[in-house]
Write a protein that binds this ligand. Structure first.
Ligand SMILES: CC(C)(COP(=O)(O)OP(=O)(O)OC[C@H]1O[C@@H](n2cnc3c(N)ncnc32)[C@H](O)[C@@H]1OP(=O)(O)O)[C@@H](O)C(=O)NCCC(=O)NCCS
Length: 155
């Protein structure tokens, strides 16, 4: 359980390596082996990505406990609809020792508040089965039956 004093805040450039380390923990938990140099490669790509919003949960002693990171997608101008942007969440992760204390919920809430304040009309993500309850409580619903995708690995 995280001790008191944990802060949820918008990630800054100084958080690049922490975000990389949290991503590595998630990948490891999913059984992936991490290639040498991945930490730096991730941090550089994250720093270079101007269309991304990331919140981190940081313990009072500075230890990173979790993150949510999302790509900001801007729609092209349309004569039929107002200009709008949406978020695609690529990762929500909380370290195992900090789970169950509300940090995942707080990270999603911080993202929702950012979206409301930045002309972002929609947040989309692929929910892991174990996280569906968390998202539903935060107001997420299943997308329309009209949503389709094509993947190279299905042909
Ligand atoms: C999902 C996750 C971010 C939740 O973080 P958290 O700080 O424990 O979240 P909260 O305390 O706000 O809420 C806990 C909820 O997460 C669920 N949860 C999912 N996996 C969990 C785990 N391994 N340990 C504890 N809770 C987990 C709990 O069941 C609970 O939901 P419930 O009340 O419906 O049972 C965290 O468990 C995690 O990082 N899991 C591994 C990565 C992952 O699954 N990410 C989501 C991908 S869509």
């Amino acid at each position: 359980m995280p001790a008191g004093g944990t802060v949820i805040r918008l990630a800054e450039p100084r958080d690049a390596l922490a975000c990389a380390a949290l991503t590595i923990q998630d990948d490891r938990e999913c059984g992936a082996s991490i290639e040498p140099g991945f930490l730096d490669r991730y941090a550089q790509a994250w720093l270079a990505d101007q269309d991304r919003v990331t919140f981190v949960a940081v313990a009072a002693d500075g230890r990173p406990l979790g993150l949510v990171t999302a790509a900001v997608v801007t729609k092209l101008p349309s004569s039929r609809r107002p200009r709008s942007r949406w978020l695609h969440v690529s990762l929500l992760f909380v370290t195992p020792d900090a789970r169950g204390a509300g940090l995942g919920t707080q990270l999603i809430e911080a993202l929702r508040q950012w979206a409301a304040a930045h002309d972002v009309s929609r947040i989309q993500l692929h929910a892991a089965p174990q996280a569906r309850g968390l998202y539903e409580r935060a107001g997420f619903t299943a997308p329309s039956a009209g949503l389709m995708e094509w993947r190279t690995d299905t042909t």
